[in-house]
Ligand binder design. Structure first.
Ligand code: XMP
Length: 370
């Protein structure tokens, strides 16, 4: 059935008014879901809602200020800088799930403190259907899924969680955002994970990798923003890899296996496997066949070399661009190689050894790397 935002608001307004009988903190991450949940609640409940954005240190360049500006005529957003606390709490961790779980703990410890400071009782979150479906399925720990996992937030953190968008999928959230009169920059905004650049700094979190991926992200976003892609971004991981003879002869081109691990989803369950790097044909349909073959092994993401960069570099920057309706499955975008090379030219950052392009569908990869 076609989603009807007017009807949705009509049904949710009395429910929200009944549930939220005191002040509520509305946490905005900068993504479309949490922004829409906050604006919806603010429109329905007004001053009871305190919209905040935590600067976790894993936001994109100027992100907190950009979001604040985009919303300035809609609701007053306060930015709380917690970057040092988050980065130092996560520095040195490598395992994808461990990073997500630690992030979640830091996130809710912060919110718990803020709820007390503002004398609030509730937390409004932008959790949507895909988040809890995937978390319950064990694919990954979304930092914002609590109630569905049986976590008693009142006991643990002293607030009740309210999730007005919990039954909606992404395209419905966008329709709702548009209906609420949010600017195009928001309802068309590509999704951005709550843990942000943390999950794009693949493997061990270091301040250096984080700063490099932040810079690469800005370049990738600037170049791909006009292509109508569902999501596009940069990731960074260590370039250490080993040439794999067996796979190379099986698929007829040079295959190396990076030491870095990334998440995938195979047969509806979570996978955590290696990233494979190809140096071969640039024909997308042949690449797709190779990707399908080698992801039968313990490989979750397949990337193709775009360009070598700093010969003394130690990091690989991956460009990821996907097309999807519901974010539960996705295809890689067939970006012009000329454009990819132009982006690679612009990513002129010391320590970056090579630029690669991700050609994995979801499944077997996830859209993000962790
Ligand atoms: P995956 O990587 O699971 O991503 O294929 C599916 C969509 O969800 C986004 N994503 C997140 N969104 N909190 C969020 O709000 C998260 O922790 C999170 N992890 C992934 C991802 O960017 C993609 O759009």
């Amino acid at each position: 059935m076609e989603f009807n935002p007017e009807k949705f608001i009509e049904e949710i307004s009395p429910q929200l008014k009944e549930i939220v009988d005191g002040k509520a903190i509305a946490a905005v991450s900068g993504g479309v879901d949490s922004t829409t949940a906050s604006v919806l609640s603010y429109k329905i409940l007004g001053e009871k809602i305190i919209p905040i954005m935590i600067d976790t240190g894993f936001l994109r360049e100027n992100e907190a200020n950009n979001v604040k500006n985009m919303l300035k005529d809609i609701m007053p957003l306060q930015i709380i800088d917690e970057s040092e606390r988050f980065i130092s709490g996560l520095e040195g961790l490598s395992d994808a799930e461990e990073k997500r779980k630690k992030f979640r703990q830091l996130f809710y410890d912060t919110l718990s403190r803020l709820v007390k400071e503002y004398n609030a009782k509730y937390l409004i979150q932008g959790t949507i259907a895909a988040d809890w479906v995937e978390t319950q399925g064990g694919i990954k720990t979304q930092h914002n899924v609590l109630v569905q996992l049986g976590i008693d937030t009142e006991k643990e953190w002293g607030f009740k969680v309210v999730e007005p968008l919990a039954d909606l999928y992404k395209d419905e959230v966008r329709a709702l955002a548009r209906y609420l009169g949010l600017p195009k920059e928001i309802y068309n905004r590509q999704p951005f994970p709550g843990p942000g650049l943390l999950v794009r700094t693949v493997g061990k979190l270091t301040r250096e990798k984080l700063e490099l991926v932040r810079r690469a992200t800005a370049i990738v976003e600037r170049n791909l923003s006009n292509l109508n892609l569902s999501q596009y971004f940069a990731v960074i991981f260590e370039s250490d890899a080993e040439y794999n003879e067996k796979l190379s002869s099986e698929v007829g081109c040079k295959v190396k296996i990076y030491k870095s691990l990334a998440t995938g989803v195979k047969g509806d369950v979570r996978a955590y496997g290696n990233v494979a790097g190809l140096e071969c044909s640039k024909d997308y349909e042949s690449l797709r066949e190779i990707m399908e073959k080698i992801t039968k092994y313990n490989i979750t993401h397949v990337v193709v070399k775009v360009k070598d960069k700093d010969p003394n570099g130690v990091y690989t920057v991956g460009i990821r661009a996907v097309i999807t309706q519901d974010f539960m499955t996705a295809d890689f975008a067939k970006i012009d190689w000329d454009l990819l090379e132009k982006i690679a030219d612009e990513i002129n950052i010391q320590k970056i050894k090579e630029i690669v392009y991700d050609i994995t569908t979801k499944p077997p990869a996830t859209i993000e790397y962790e």
